[in-house]
Design a protein around this ligand. Structure first.
Ligand code: IPD
Ligand code: CA
Ligand code: CA
Length: 270
């Protein structure tokens, strides 16, 4: 079987990301239906659902034989396929529901479990981030690169807090405080795919988070790697998408950020 070039799949990812983004633009500031999905703070709106429907329409038309994993519908299509699309139709729902403009559609293709194509589109800022293994990464068509910041005390980082933060002591609060102490700042962006896109284009120097799903991470991982950055587990062992845990940096900061995360003192010692 001949393999289609990644560029063809990146074109499909881009069509899907922008189709979802058009829907998000339409509902912006006009939400009627905001619900909690079980866990407190985990929202879903009619914009999440309509964006997902628009994205699925594109994928079903262009890659009908592939598997699909989406945040709102779960597993679809041929789940035995080597090709799996990981879809977040609205990454940053809490931001979106409050009209805070940090959110995106996030579309990735994993081949044999490895993220190889990613498109992240923020329709509010009209920023489209694209990447494919071996093809580099771009923002609105212009090549992007990670920053060159090489010390934590010169760095601006970003992180996030998962929806189980009220139930688990592994809630990232201590790490957030410790890294805030060691750096020029730690942002809480509220959209994992945008956080990763911003590391890829050098606006931020590093990102870590736990409790994430493949659809939050897969597209952004490709962007960071293709922009020259590094993606691993917190302890610098190979990144496992199913772990939900990620450390993504410009590469220069990677070891020092990993060390700081692993040596974070408990909050009670502050
Ligand atoms: C969330 C965002 C947020 C991260 C959460 C994610 P959602 O995705 O990416 O930044 O901290 O853990 O679940 O729910 O807005 O699609
Ligand atoms: Ca998400
Ligand atoms: Ca989402």
């Amino acid at each position: 079987m001949t393999q289609e070039p990644l560029q063809t799949f990146l074109d499909v990812a881009t069509l899907a990301a922008t189709a979802g983004g058009t829907v998000l633009k339409y509902y912006w500031g006009n939400l009627q239906d905001i619900q909690e999905k079980g866990r407190s703070g985990d929202l879903v709106t009619e914009a999440d659902k309509a964006s997902e429907a628009a994205i699925l329409e594109v994928l079903k038309r262009h890659v009908p034989g592939h598997g699909i994993l989406t945040e709102e519908s779960g597993s679809l299509g041929d789940t035995s396929s080597r090709y799996l699309w990981a879809i977040d139709p609205l990454d940053g729902t809490t931001n979106y529901a409050h009209q805070y403009p940090a959110f995106a559609t996030s579309i990735a293709l994993l081949i044999d479990g490895v993220p190889q194509v990613g498109a992240v589109y923020n329709p509010f800022h009209d920023e489209l981030f694209q990447g494919a293994t071996g093809h580099g990464a771009t923002c609105n068509g212009t090549p992007i690169k990670v920053s060159q910041t090489n010390s934590l005390d010169q760095s601006l980082l970003v992180t996030g807090f998962a929806y189980d933060r009220r139930e688990t002591p592994d809630n990232n609060y201590a790490e957030f405080c410790y890294l805030t102490h060691l750096t020029q700042g730690v942002r809480r962006g509220g959209s994992a795919s945008v956080d990763l896109a911003y590391v890829a284009c050098g606006r931020l120097d590093g990102y870590w988070e736990r409790g994430l799903s493949p659809w939050d991470l897969a597209a952004g991982v490709v962007l960071v790697q293709e922009a020259g950055g590094k993606v691993t587990a917190y302890d610098e062992s190979p990144f496992e998408i199913k772990s939900g845990r990620i450390l993504a940096t410009n590469g220069f900061l990677h070891s020092s950020l990993s060390k700081a995360l692993l040596e974070t003192p408990p909050l009670s010692s502050w």
